[in-house]
Design a protein around this ligand. Structure first.
Ligand SMILES: NC(=O)c1ccc[n+]([C@@H]2O[C@H](COP(=O)([O-])OP(=O)(O)OC[C@H]3O[C@@H](n4cnc5c(N)ncnc54)[C@H](O)[C@@H]3O)[C@@H](O)[C@H]2O)c1
Length: 242
């Protein structure tokens, strides 16, 4: 334990389960106070209570910009600052390209890409003003190589997240606001169960754990990563090497 994030205020979306929950655990272990964001208020409350300290929760659908605006106002009123934003919430669906409907496409892009962009816009306006911030966007290997398990809407939304990360990094750089993406490979969560991942082709011969994503997010949020921005860090056990 290094306590590298002592007194930092961190928003983590989709933090009531899976990778987001593990990211919250690692950030709190490193000293941060986490605001757990999820659509289900009860699940978010339970996670915030389990995290302890001053951690709290806010129920919001990240695809709804009025709700994410309220989230940012809530955090600023309560804590006076936001140091770290982890855009983790996301959905994945397995649909054949020839079958996908416009509604299905829009729903996934609205959550994974639009939600990420407009929450970051609101938070970064504040971070730029305070001349400090760390934004970490959870992308996916599918955004780099195309969807192996997931549909075109998922893969292209994550490719969009990788590019949006660079655009945000250009805007924040001169203000000490770094923006990076993490591209997980196949990680053991509910999403993995749904998509029925296999370990074929993974150099390390196993799926990753949610905690292994949390450790990389904590590093990118720490002072040790202060000169890294606009990058995408692959955490895939050697499934995709580039
Ligand atoms: N599991 C994997 O192998 C894997 C691989 C690559 C990328 N990812 C990415 O990691 C992130 C977390 O995935 P996970 O595996 O933990 O999945 P998960 O389904 O276990 O968790 C996703 C979380 O996001 C929340 N969420 C979904 N839509 C939301 C919305 N509109 N508003 C607020 N919250 C919402 C869900 O409620 C859930 O808590 C996602 O962005 C996913 O695309 C996962």
């Amino acid at each position: 334990m290094y306590r590298e994030l002592d007194k930092k205020i961190a928003i983590v979306t989709g933090a009531s389960q899976g990778i987001g929950s593990a990211i919250a655990d690692v950030l709190v272990r490193e000293g941060a106070t986490v605001i757990v964001v999820a659509r289900n208020a009860e699940a978010a409350r339970a996670k915030a209570e389990a995290l302890g300290g001053d951690c709290t929760f806010f129920a919001a659908d990240i695809a709804k910009t009025d709700q994410t605006r309220e989230l940012v106002d809530f955090v600023l009123n309560r804590f006076g600052r936001i140091d770290i934003l982890v855009n983790n919430a996301g959905v994945s669906r397995q649909v054949d390209f020839l079958d996908i409907t416009e509604e299905q496409f829009d729903q996934v892009v609205d959550i994974n890409l639009r939600g990420t962009v407009f929450l970051a816009q609101k938070v970064m306006a504040h971070m730029i003003e305070q001349n400090y911030g760390r934004v970490v966007n959870i992308a996916s290997m599918a955004g780099e190589r195309g969807g192996l398990f997931a549909g075109i809407h998922y893969a292209t939304s994550k490719a969009g997240v990788i590019n949006a990360t660079k655009c945000m990094a250009y805007r924040g750089g001169a203000h000490n606001v770094t923006v990076n993406a993490v591209a997980p490979g196949l990680i053991q969560t509910a999403m993995a169960e749904d998509l029925k991942f296999s370990t074929d082709g993974i150099a390390m011969g196993r799926l990753g754990t949610a905690e292994e994503i949390g450790e990389v997010v904590a590093f990118l949020a720490s002072d040790r990563a202060r000169y890294i921005t606009g990058s995408t860090v692959d955490v895939n056990g050697g499934l995709l090497m580039r």
